[in-house]
Each structure stands twice: as structure tokens, then as C-alpha cells.
Design a binder for this molecule. Structure first.
Ligand SMILES: [Zn+2]
Length: 117
């Protein structure tokens, strides 16, 4: 198909409707009345109450999570052990020493690997 035919046919165009009408050019694409307000709206990703709460809470009182280890050989949640493998420290299974482990929150591991209490 020659190029001239596709130019005549308006149904086949990669341009947006606004571009075809010649309206999507230059400053008309995005009009921002108050740039400072727009930037402030975009940057506000936290809730002010949450920020205050974290500021006023002592570090010891903040919630913590304990990382648990699931051993794929023992098929259980096991204590972790550090073992040097190829001169690099690695977390291994504390029961059998296997490197086939997954780390995560205990509740999440129990749910994902269908462990019963
Ligand atoms: Zn193990």
C-alpha cells in the first residue's frame, strides 16, 4: 500500500484527536495556575497525623517485626544461623544447615507454606 493512501484516510493515524485538530501544542497541553500549590499537592504522600504520631513516639515503643526463616528441607520454621559460604556470610537453617531457606514474617510464612500451629 503506498504511503499516500494512508495520509488520505483519517481513520488510520497514530495522533491523538487533539493533535489532529492542532490543539495539543505548546503551552496549551498543561496549564498550571499555581505551581507551588500543584507541587505541594503532589508531594503530600503522608498523613500529617501519622507523621506527628511517629515524631512523638519513642523509638523503643515503635512496632517491630521479627524475621523468621522457613527451611525448605526441614519444611518448618527454624532458627537462623550464619554460615560463611565462599567467604560470604549467609543465613542458613539452624537445624540442618541448608541454604534453601525463605525469610519473612512468621505469620506470612505459615500462611504461604500452609503450616499448622
Ligand atoms: Zn533445615
Amino acid at each position: 500500500m503506498p504511503m499516500n493512501d494512508s495520509k488520505k484516510d483519517d481513520n488510520y493515524s497514530f495522533l491523538h484527536e487533539a493533535q489532529k485538530l492542532g490543539k495539543a501544542a505548546g503551552d496549551q497541553v498543561m496549564v498550571i495556575d499555581d505551581l507551588d500549590k500543584a507541587v505541594a499537592d503532589i508531594s503530600r504522600i503522608t498523613v500529617p497525623e501519622a507523621v506527628e504520631s511517629i515524631k512523638n513516639t519513642k523509638e523503643d515503643d515503635l512496632p517491630t517485626q521479627v524475621l523468621s526463616i522457613y527451611c525448605h528441607d526441614c519444611r518448618a520454621i527454624v532458627p537462623a544461623q550464619i554460615k560463611t559460604i565462599r567467604r560470604k556470610p549467609r543465613k542458613v537453617c539452624g537445624a540442618c544447615g541448608s541454604v534453601k531457606i525463605s525469610a519473612g514474617k512468621e505469620a506470612a510464612l505459615k500462611k504461604f507454606y500452609h503450616l499448622e500451629d
